[in-house]
Ligand binder design. Structure first.
Ligand code: ADP
Ligand code: MG
Length: 339
């Protein structure tokens, strides 16, 4: 991440403090797996766990969570469904203006499309999620969609910078309609003349994503479009349980499963795919500079689902969540180096 120098990271005796928001549904069990894996390989992370009660009307839990993230700088989170729009509130409160979901296929996993490698970069604080809704006259609700020059510029710059730094030089940066957002991206593109750049309308993008996702490389999108397209792509390459997502601002970072599901219906059944949340925890380790721990866990995950084919039902297997985690731990113990 280009601005990581500004981003807050709190250490105590070489260990990082990280806020953990398990959320609802499968969140708590997935967090349990992450803690087990971290403990097992001695990842130098101390979690500050904050449970947000979705049934409360007030915002006390949420305020506490935000205070904790402001203190620690970094969080790992599940999804939380409350009466208010918790998630977007946290993003906006911490100014996490960009969401990055790298949709990269795992070989051999049953999927509609294989060999997908698309980076979705999405504006995370403007848009329809501003929740600016009002009933102007009885029976008519107006809902506002907000695009600001500053946020459009920050996300466009992030997307071009990402493409440049990750050697996606032949990349088309896709962006979707919406006059101002497009105009700003065209302007920012002038600073990145080596990159190819074009735009596509959201409806066509959905169709193209399903029929030929391989044409896309880096996509720059507004908030709601980004959610839709990332869910489409994740579905095409193996579902909600595989891919992680990262949220960045200038000061804080939050890591989470990419499609932001709660998985309420599968909670407590030992069938949830733990890979997306473990991948989010790997992203977090990388962000904090713990590359060795990140790499060794990543290799163990890959070997488990690709080579050993220990897979949960959502990706065509018949293994439990704990089978997957135990296999990861087994690989970690065989590789045990001097962490
Ligand atoms: P729910 O209605 O259960 O809350 P979500 O909207 O949260 O469902 O999730 C969408 C779909 O993705 C559901 O079918 C859910 O079971 C599936 N899903 C989400 N996360 C996972 C996961 N980690 N492993 C397996 N399936 C998942
Ligand atoms: Mg749900």
């Amino acid at each position: 991440h280009t601005k990581s120098a500004l981003q807050k990271k709190v250490t105590y005796g070489g260990r990082h403090a990280v806020t953990m928001l398990p959320g609802g549904g499968i969140g708590p069990e997935l967090m349990g797996y992450v803690r087990e894996i971290f403990r097992y390989c001695g990842a130098p992370i101390d979690f500050e766990v904050i449970d947000i009660d979705p049934s409360t009307e007030g915002n006390d839990d949420l305020d506490y969570a935000i205070t904790s993230i402001k203190r620690n700088g970094v969080a790992l989170k599940g999804n939380i469904e409350t009466k208010s729009q918790t998630l977007s509130e946290v993003s906006r409160n911490l100014d996490l203006y960009v969401n990055v979901v790298h949709c990269k296929s795992y070989p051999g996993i049953p999927a509609r499309h294989h060999d997908i490698d698309v980076v979705l970069i999405r504006q995370n604080t403007d848009g329809e999620y501003a929740m600016l809704e009002h009933e102007s006259v009885p029976g008519i609700v107006e809902s506002m969609k907000v695009v600001t020059v500053d946020n459009a510029e920050r996300v466009a710059r992030y997307a071009f910078e990402y493409a440049r730094q990750n050697n996606r030089k032949k990349a088309n940066i896709m962006k979707l309609s919406d006059g101002l957002f497009l105009e700003v991206a065209n302007r920012v593109h002038k600073d990145y003349p080596e990159l190819e750049h074009n735009n596509m309308i959201i409806d066509n993008t959905c169709m193209q994503s399903v029929s030929n996702p391989h044409q896309f490389d880096v996509m720059n999108m507004t908030n709601l479009y980004g959610t839709i397209v990332s869910n489409v792509l994740c579905g095409l390459m193996g579902g909600a349980g595989l891919i992680s997502g990262r949220n960045y601002g200038d000061h804080y970072a939050i890591f989470e499963p990419g499609t932001r599901n709660t998985g309420t219906a599968i909670a407590g059944k030992n069938i949830a795919n733990p890979v997306a949340m473990i991948s989010a925890s790997i992203d977090m380790l990388n962000h904090l500079g713990h590359k060795e721990h990140a790499n060794v866990i990543q290799e163990a995950v890959y070997q488990t689902i690709v080579n050993d084919a220990i897979r949960t039902p959502d990706i065509g297997g018949n293994h439990s969540s704990t089978d997957v985690v135990e296999n990861i731990l087994k690989i970690l113990s065989a590789k045990r180096v001097n962490w």
